[in-house]
Design a protein around this ligand. Structure first.
Ligand code: HEC
Ligand code: HEC
Ligand code: HEC
Ligand code: HEC
Ligand code: HEC
Length: 345
């Protein structure tokens, strides 16, 4: 009897270990990232932010700004670089690199134009309205003029705190939670976004052995707000999360959280598993059993906002993963729209 109990306990423990996961947090010597007085020999300390030696210290006494650390300026800090180049060192979120997101016809419609970065041609090119903003509930930024990395008017961190610095506080040391430091906020309570992240943020491109596993809810009527699409719906809420999302039999926007299944006419064997061009979201068992280093299948596959978009910026219009203009019915191809919609190939 005792043995059975013990075996049961061990099984439960190991299942717990396999299915639970921790959100990312920083490690290493404090002085690598922090300065206590920002002063040495009575002079402002050399900071690691591209030679920025201003006497003004950064929030949380860090040695570089939010975009400074994330441009790789603190050598060896292990911070993901958000200014990467597609095909070489870009990560899953995409890139804010000006020469990539502003390379073509001189517009910034390929990126979230956050305030923490200065944009050169912004007067004429910013989208100073938030597409799909809903009225009531959470107050989203009034377009690019107000959009920040973190905080009340940003994507990352705690939305009850104003500004990027206050908003991100507590996430790097792991006492505030969320996949990629993301939380949903409904105006009253915060919900950590779920997901399993590649440990190097899909550096250089997602593969079957190194990929994120996005979290989707159990369907369009699920009231949980812990999916990656729920995060996007925080600001683009009229596309998602409201009762007006799906009007009878007519889709009013491309659905998310929906299951690709044989029951709704999909031949699952023909749907392409392509981690880079049409990644899926998963709910429940499929998600808890998936790791970031083993291949997933189309079983339980759902659509998310990031099945088509990236979060930061890309070389393509509307922050898409690919050039929409290259997708043609009957035109062949198995990526992007056609990766899923095999009947249109
Ligand atoms: C904190 C609010 C906020 C969140 C969260 C947010 N966005 Fe946005 N988004 C904006 C604002 C503001 C704009 C318009 C300004 C701009 O383009 O920078 C925008 C613009 C866009 C555009 C149009 C870009 C263009 O210029 O044509 C796309 C596409 C987009 N967002 C997708 C997403 C996706 C996908 C997510 C989730 C991964 C997301 N957004 C999450 C605020 C947000
Ligand atoms: C690899 C970089 C890095 C290292 C190493 C690091 N920190 Fe931080 N720390 C940060 C960043 C970034 C922030 C600000 C954003 C945040 O709070 O998430 C921060 C914020 C803080 C804060 C304010 C927010 C909070 O979590 O309470 C304290 C206190 C802090 N660090 C103390 C320390 C101490 C003490 C050490 C060494 C034992 C240390 N840090 C090592 C990067 C680092
Ligand atoms: C002092 C340097 C430093 C500063 C300042 C800093 N970060 Fe980080 N950040 C890091 C490091 C190091 C990591 C990698 C943590 C790890 O090992 O997973 C990280 C990781 C992250 C991640 C990925 C979390 C994950 O799940 O993997 C996000 C998102 C992030 N930071 C956002 C921000 C934002 C937003 C700001 C500014 C408001 C900021 N950081 C400021 C050093 C910094
Ligand atoms: C099936 C692919 C796909 C999915 C899934 C998808 N989008 Fe889009 N999105 C597009 C395309 C393509 C465009 C370009 C404009 C168009 O064709 O409507 C676009 C445009 C946008 C725009 C810009 C609209 C404007 O007015 O400029 C925003 C914002 C946006 N998407 C947000 C989202 C959010 C938030 C989600 C998840 C709730 C989402 N998208 C899911 C493909 C997708
Ligand atoms: C990750 C897989 C995936 C990708 C990528 C994708 N779709 Fe979809 N699409 C779906 C699912 C699932 C549905 C919901 C229909 C269903 O339940 O069968 C859907 C529905 C649609 C519908 C409505 C169909 C109907 O029955 O009314 C259209 C139109 C559509 N998609 C076009 C596109 C286009 C265009 C693209 C590329 C910009 C695209 N999709 C990319 C999975 C995907």
């Amino acid at each position: 009897m005792r043995k059975i109990l013990l075996v049961g306990l061990i099984t439960m423990l190991s299942l717990g270990l396999i299915s639970s996961f921790a959100y990312a947090k920083v490690t290493g010597r404090c002085d690598k990232c922090h300065t206590m007085h920002n002063s040495q020999n009575n002079a402002p300390m050399a900071k690691d932010d591209a030679g920025n030696n201003s006497t003004t210290p950064y929030g949380h006494l860090t040695r570089a700004s939010c975009t400074g650390c994330h441009a790789g300026l603190i050598a060896g800090s292990g911070a993901p670089n958000i200014f990467g180049t597609p095909g070489t060192d870009m990560t899953a979120g995409g890139t804010f690199k000006a020469t990539v997101v502003d390379a073509a016809a001189g517009d910034y419609h390929k990126v979230h134009n956050v305030r923490d970065i200065s944009w050169t041609r912004e007067e004429v090119e910013l989208l100073n309205a938030t597409p799909g903003a809903e009225s009531g509930g959470y107050a989203e930024p009034a377009g690019a003029a107000q959009l920040t990395c973190a905080g009340t008017l940003g994507c990352h961190g705690d939305h009850t705190q104003a500004g990027s610095d206050a908003g991100i506080r507590g996430f790097h040391h792991g006492w505030k939670q969320g996949y990629r430091y993301l939380q949903f906020y409904d105006g009253a309570a915060s919900t950590a976004i779920q997901g399993k992240g590649s440990s190097n943020w899909e550096l250089g491109g997602a593969t079957s052995t190194n990929h994120n596993v996005y979290y989707a809810t159990s369907g369009i009527n699920d009231t949980a707000r812990d999916s990656i699409s729920a995060l996007c719906s925080l600001c683009h809420g009229d596309f998602h999360g409201d009762t007006d999302v799906h009007n009878g039999s007519t889709w009013i926007r491309h659905p998310t959280e929906n299951l690709l299944s044989a029951a709704t006419g999909w031949n699952m064997a023909l749907v392409t598993v392509d981690y880079e061009n049409n990644p899926f979201g998963f709910n429940g068992a499929e998600y808890t059993s998936a790791t970031t280093t083993t291949a997933y299948t189309t079983t339980g596959a759902r659509v998310t906002c990031v099945s088509c978009h990236r979060a930061h910026g890309t070389p393509y219009n509307d922050i898409l993963r690919w050039d929409y203009a290259t997708m043609s019915a009957g035109g062949g191809g198995t990526t992007g729209c056609l990766g899923c919609h095999h009947l249109q190939r």
